[in-house]
Design a binder for this molecule. Structure first.
Ligand code: 2U9
Length: 342
């Protein structure tokens, strides 16, 4: 037994010598101290040793086991030290290097403008409704009192997906749907994207954004339209901004109006922005046509309503002095990154 212990000790030392990684050391540990290893085998052989020699033989084996354990643990510390040092030397950081710039995303200027308008309108008691961008001819035109031969229904002006389905040309389709299924009083805004089959130029695009507002109740009058519009414009542009209303025609309102604000660039003196008129067109509006109310299951004898519609790009253009509508769709970071106020 003594002889076997001596040769096991020698064998262990020669196995340990070439070890230079903690992973290899673990293999040596398993080999010598594992359940099926030589130290455990010696323990099993103890029962064949004469009883009077057994305590001494047991002590030799325990001493060997302890010696192997301590040697392995000392070597492990040594290897970990070396490995950590080599890892740290690879991970050296040059603290004199300049910091990396952190680019954070922000909302698109159209979304920022839309959010600002939504916030103002919510403050005036309106709630927000969204609806489908692909809709039927009925909700986009027919329910809104567009005559069957109205030019907007033409394929030259509207993107049709099938004879009865199209990309909405305004967000009024949402109002028609809301009115059809909800009784007054209704104070709703519908923000979203709309599409028109137009040439893409500095002033027009096939895709643009809109917000429409409508209020239907008993005794809603022009006074409600004017005061709501003024309250909105005061907040969006500047308090007390002068406005003017010009008669206009839209199939879904009667009477219809166009809303101008005094030019925010020249204060009405006349400049390039307002084409020397002193005024900027900002929205269309009017009292909801009785036919539209009827189409949407609302009794025009009992209820009336006002509605207005406004493109989002246009006020953004006016507010931020942008001169080309196409730039909104180009996703040029040099343009987009200028708008980080909100
Ligand atoms: C229903 C009834 C009436 C919404 C209105 C306008 C006038 C208008 C244009 C402004 C610029 C669209 O983005 S734009 O090209 N809109 O002039 N919109 S009244 O009237 C409605 C809407 C829905 C059921």
């Amino acid at each position: 037994m003594q002889q076997e212990i001596v040769s096991l000790r020698q064998q262990f030392q020669s196995d340990l010598k070439p070890v230079n990684t903690s992973a290899d050391l673990e293999s040596v540990k398993v080999k010598y101290l594992g359940k099926k290893g030589p130290v455990q085998n010696l323990m099993k052989l103890l029962k064949d040793v004469p009883a009077e020699q057994r305590p001494e033989a047991g002590k030799w084996i325990n001493d060997l086991k302890e010696e192997i354990s301590e040697t392995l643990s000392a070597k492990l510390h040594q290897l970990i030290n070396v490995e950590e040092k080599s890892q740290l030397s690879k991970e050296k950081i040059d603290i004199s290097l300049p910091g990396r710039r952190h680019f954070s995303g922000r909302k698109h200027i159209v979304t920022q403008t839309m959010d600002e308008i939504i916030d103002i309108m919510i403050g005036l008691g309106f709630s927000v409704q969204y609806g489908p961008e692909i809709d039927s001819e009925y909700y986009n035109f027919e329910a809104l009192n567009f005559a069957p031969d109205h030019p907007a229904r033409d394929m030259q002006d509207t993107f049709y997906i099938s004879p009865q389905t199209l990309l909405r040309t305004h967000t009024s389709n949402v109002q028609a749907r809301v009115m059809e299924t909800n009784p007054p009083p209704l104070r709703i805004i519908s923000p979203g994207t709309a599409y028109r089959n137009e040439d893409i130029t500095a002033r027009s695009h096939v895709m643009f954004h809109q917000i429409e507002a409508f209020y239907v109740d008993e005794n809603v009058s022009f006074a409600d339209l004017f005061s709501t519009m003024q309250a909105f414009l005061d907040k969006f542009f500047e308090p007390g901004i002068p406005t003017r209303y010009r008669p206009s025609y839209f199939p879904f309102v009667e009477p219809g109006l166009e809303v101008d604000i005094r030019c925010i660039s020249c204060n009405g003196q006349g400049c390039m922005l307002c084409k020397h008129t002193g005024w900027l067109e900002i929205a269309g509006a009017g009292m909801i046509h009785p036919e539209v109310l009827k189409n949407c299951n609302i009794d025009p004898e009992k209820f009336s309503g006002f509605a207005w519609g406004m493109g989002i790009e246009r006020p953004a253009i006016l507010k931020y002095g942008i001169n080309d509508i196409r730039i909104f769709m180009e996703n040029d970071v040099r343009f987009l990154s200028q708008f980080h106020k909100f």
